[in-house]
Design a protein around this ligand. Sequence first.
Ligand code: C2O
Ligand code: CU
Length: 482
Amino acid sequence: FLGLLGGTALAATGCGEVAGELLTGSAPMPAPFTVPLPIPQVARPVSPGLYEVTQRVTRVEILPGLRTEVWGYDGTFPGPTFELRRGEPATVRVRNELPVPTSTHLHGGVTPPDSDGYPTDLVIPAGGHSGHSAHMTHPGEVHHEGTKDYRYPVGQRAATLWYHDHRMDYTAPSVWQGLAGFALVRDEEEDALSLPAGERELPLLICDRSFAEDGSFRYPRTHEGHDSDYMEGVEGDVILVNGAPWPVHEVTATRYRLRLLNASNARRLRLRLAPGGRFTQIGSDSGLLAAPVRHDTLPMAPGERYDVVVDFSAYPVGSTVTLVNTLADGPAGKVMRFVVARRAKDDSAVPTTLSRPPERPVPVTTRSFDFRRTGQSWTINGRVYRPGDLLARPRLGTAEVWRLTSDFHHPVHLHLAHFLVLARNGRPPAATDAGWKDTVDVRPYEVVDVLARFEGYRGRYMLHCHNLEHEDMAMMADFEVV
Ligand code: C2O
Ligand code: CU
């Protein structure tokens, strides 16, 4: 109950900076940096370009000696990593054997609208899978019985994408329960670079969770609708990387490419290396940068990715390098640890020219979107989303400035469209805003201008807050590319 009280107390302070943290009860915790880092398996196609994935319930050991019920793509958390190539279309046949409907969104994907994971485009649990309770229905809901083929043309540049559940009213509990994984797009531009690869390329899905005494994930809500004690979102006190608590990974004293993803529901991170060191950023949400950018810290709101290189040859062999989160004290301030085990040959490089991203387009118009609390609701331009609510009709092949304002931290995500951050409060953006992105943290009382390109497909897409509790409280809107 501490967690619940904490949530209420924080909400009552009105400081608007923190989410309600749920504390893990008396479940046994591993000592930090003792559990090996798991690497999600790579999905294998059943025939060229066709993947089959089953969403199902499994029980896995996350805390020592306990079993945690997970909802996983192929029963794993994170789900399998999809290795996609630009120009090679993929179909993913998703079969749902969970007790709840699902809708899968490829975050950052340039995807036709009927495969984009619209919140009411549902895969209903396959026949015979018990426990399926009636869900709250919405006008215009589409039902696929048991399976759905998601079609991904993969026409986009190399990038670190991810996929996760996106069902109306229920994204936050479903993702908390495990429905998330990586999708990496590769292309020739990336092949031409000698970036660290193989064992020296690590996808790192970072998220927080809390646990009940029996090892199950603890979440304040099991039904549709939200708990007003958690207006700011739900945070856990245990940091998982690729599903393991505060893991450790042995590295050689060479360069490593880290694909960082903040897959938390509501927790923002600010990553730093201890005892010191720099991240060389090579890519943003939507692909490789033109040139590398160096950072001491990386602020990461939910949904954001950074593609970085860390050179472990800068540390003595035998030493440890810890990835920490400077936004939290205590357990959530630790993320994972690298142990620099030995010297090794390094043929990788980070060239000063990485890629040729699309040039900055000229906008045809400006629109404003205000992300704000209205009473007990989270709204965009004063509206609580209902499926079909359309706020904009940009034209295919054009670019627009979208001015995002907010009263709190709202990580704003656009489906389909990638954008450049032009300005924060009329000033140049931060170095960590570099490159094409699909998610940007709009901070309290900030005005963020982004320049979005509407390329790829016509049809209905969404923009929303990627604090998943806010998303479930309907802080979303549709836009239609015409
Ligand atoms: Cu990652 Cu519409 O979400
Ligand atoms: Cu929000």
